[in-house]
Design a protein around this ligand. Structure first.
Ligand SMILES: Cc1ncc(C[n+]2csc(CCOP(=O)(O)OP(=O)(O)O)c2C)c(N)n1
Ligand SMILES: [Mg+2]
Length: 277
């Protein structure tokens, strides 16, 4: 039976701050899952999710999909394990910028290399929000927090440059306030065969409004296909803080982890799930 958006509501008490972009993202995710369910004839049990620890991790509490609530930084290996256990599942993960680009950055690099058919959504608010506002790898140099009252001393990581340089199969950035476009990109990512990664502009109302400032400089890229060089140039526009391109940056079809399942034959005895499909 296909999913209705109301099936995805858990009824858990919402503890995100009023006005947090996470609310918009949650609605967009519900709509995208419903659309994918209808288009592909999938049931709720055909989806699996993983979430990290942080404000973003509360997606696990508010989205009525089965899965694993993880250790901080370990969303991607859990998703990969889920996919190995049952390759027919539609796997979606939710991580923070701290979670994915700091503690979990090695998994981010290797997930691109393994290319499992799954979707990673990174709530990039440029701050460790749940632990009250320390700098993450995407915080700007000079960013002030309780932990760094004189300002953060290191330059920021550009995660899209990292992803594209690493030939990630599908790379996008969305702003949940552009609701329709966000749903569209989430749907395309879930239907994409390979590792799809979406960085989400997520202003933190309490600890970092940097994203709000950048938002004024955002524009939507209608064109989706471009060479790796052009995609890297688009991703680099953020470095100057003058422009913030949104949309799909890069798409590269390549062999997926499932295509190589025979090479995982050592798992045969322990993991029948892989070989049942
Ligand atoms: C292994 C481990 N390291 C650190 C923490 C502490 N911790 C919990 S939430 C959090 C912040 C998460 O920040 P981010 O991933 O950016 O998510 P946000 O709250 O901003 O959505 C941290 C550092 C933890 N729980 N586990
Ligand atoms: Mg964060």
């Amino acid at each position: 039976m296909t999913i209705k958006e109301s099936d995805l509501v858990t009824g858990a008490e919402m503890t995100w701050c009023p006005g947090c972009n996470n609310f918009m993202l949650l609605s967009a995710v519900k709509k995208a899952i419903k659309n994918v369910s209808v288009d592909k004839g999938l049931d709720r049990k055909d989806f699996s999710m993983a979430a990290g620890i942080g404000c973003h991790g509360k997606m696990f509490d508010y989205l009525n999909v089965g899965g694993v609530y993880n250790l901080h930084g370990r969303v991607l290996p859990t998703m990969i394990g889920t996919k190995i256990g049952n390759p027919s599942l539609e796997v979606i993960g939710f991580g923070g910028d701290g979670d994915t680009y700091s503690e979990g950055v090695s998994h981010f690099i290797h997930a691109s290399r393994f290319n499992p058919d799954m979707t990673m959504v990174v709530h990039n608010n440029k701050v460790f929000a749940l632990t009250t506002g320390q700098a993450t790898p995407t915080s700007e140099k000079g960013f002030k927090s309780k932990a760094q009252p004189k300002g953060h001393t290191e330059p920021a990581l550009n995660p899209l440059e990292l992803a594209i340089a690493n030939n990630t199969s599908f790379v996008a950035r969305v702003d949940p306030k552009k609701f329709g476009k966000t749903v569209e990109v989430l749907e395309k990512a879930m239907k994409w065969e390979g590792f799809s990664y979406i960085d989400v502009i997520m202003s933190c109302k309490k600890y970092s409004q940097e994203m709000d400032m950048l938002n004024e400089k955002s524009y939507w890229m209608e064109e989706e296909r471009r060479t790796k060089e052009k995609a890297l140039k688009k991703a680099a526009e953020w470095n100057e803080k003058e422009k913030l391109p949104l949309g799909i940056f890069y798409m590269e079809k390549k062999e997926t982890m499932s295509d190589r399942k025979d090479s995982l034959s050592s798992l045969k005895d322990e993991n029948k799930g892989w070989f049942q499909t």
